[in-house]
Design a protein around this ligand. Structure first.
Ligand code: ZN
Length: 279
């Protein structure tokens, strides 16, 4: 199917061999929300062979400002975000194999769906879950792109943007690149009892706090497009992917990060010594 006329404009950029590599790819999208829905849409148009979409969350009315493919009827029905992604991707590319998991990341079915893939797009908005996914990828030698948007500041000094980080062979991860916030690190080290105490102190779960922050469709779309472009150049061999791309929406520009990872990273050390990396 990689030589289908629908891909002629892709082939014009990265060649028939590149399109064949795209079609042979199986990609796990972990988090099918504001960022992941864009990624799912774009990978379908690119012609990826198979997707695993993992997300236990359902659509709410407040998701409709940014969730690609979601309708008010989906919010009323509390449809799973992963199912909405499946519906959208199947409409774009009916022959694509799509595996949907509406269970949490640490559920066995979710991990099996991820490990069935050749690369991972981490589109999570919770750093504690992000650490769990990094561990799964590193332990199993699975190349991953980590995507995030972030906002901050106040009183006229608001900043907003995002970033994309790539790890193809355990050379870096969001932890050793200092991209994980400290409270998530503390939570990752907590027992279940400690997490309950933490939730009690803060009144609501940190996830709920995250969910109430700013999240805007265009910023998510830029970060998703940067990530899919890095995935595309890596998969097709068009060029080497960047280790880190930062998007600063508040100044309207993207920058390539040059910081070296901290050595001897707990997560990156898990990477198997002999793995196939990409193609
Ligand atoms: Zn690391």
């Amino acid at each position: 199917m990689a030589d289908h006329p629908r891909y002629s404009r892709n082939v014009a950029l990265f060649g028939q061999a590149g399109q064949t590599r795209v079609a042979a790819s199986r990609v796990a999208i972990v988090g099918a929300g504001g960022i992941g829905s864009h990624v799912a849409q774009q990978l379908s148009h690119l012609g990826v062979g198979a997707l695993s979409v993992v997300d236990p969350d359902v659509v709410t009315t407040s998701s409709l400002n940014r969730l690609v493919g979601a309708t008010p009827q989906d919010a009323a029905a509390a449809s799973y975000k992963a199912v909405i992604a499946q519906r959208m991707c199947a409409a774009i590319l009916p022959e694509m194999r799509i595996r949907v998991v509406t269970a949490p990341l640490l559920d066995q079915g979710a991990q099996e769906a991820i490990l069935a893939c050749t690369s991972v797009m981490s589109c999570l908005d919770d750093d504690a879950a992000r650490l769990d996914l990094i561990a799964i990828c590193c332990r199993n030698g699975l190349p991953f792109f980590d995507l995030a948007t972030d906002t901050g500041g106040s009183n006229g000094n608001t900043w907003y943007g995002g970033r994309v980080m790539f790890s193809g062979a355990g050379e870096r991860c969001p932890l050793c690149m200092d991209l994980i916030n400290q409270s998530a690190l503390q939570r990752a080290a907590m027992s279940v009892d400690q997490l309950e105490v933490d939730a009690t102190i803060y009144g609501v779960g940190r996830d709920d706090l995250n969910a109430s922050g700013p999240s805007v469709v265009s910023l998510n779309g830029v970060v998703a497009s940067l990530a899919v472009t890095e995935w595309m150049v890596w998969t097709t061999g068009l060029r080497s992917p960047n280790a880190l791309v930062e998007y600063r929406g508040s100044v309207g520009a993207s920058f390539i990060g040059n910081d070296a990872p901290r050595p001897d990273c707990y997560y990156c050390r898990m990477w198997p010594t002999q793995t196939a990396t990409g193609f």
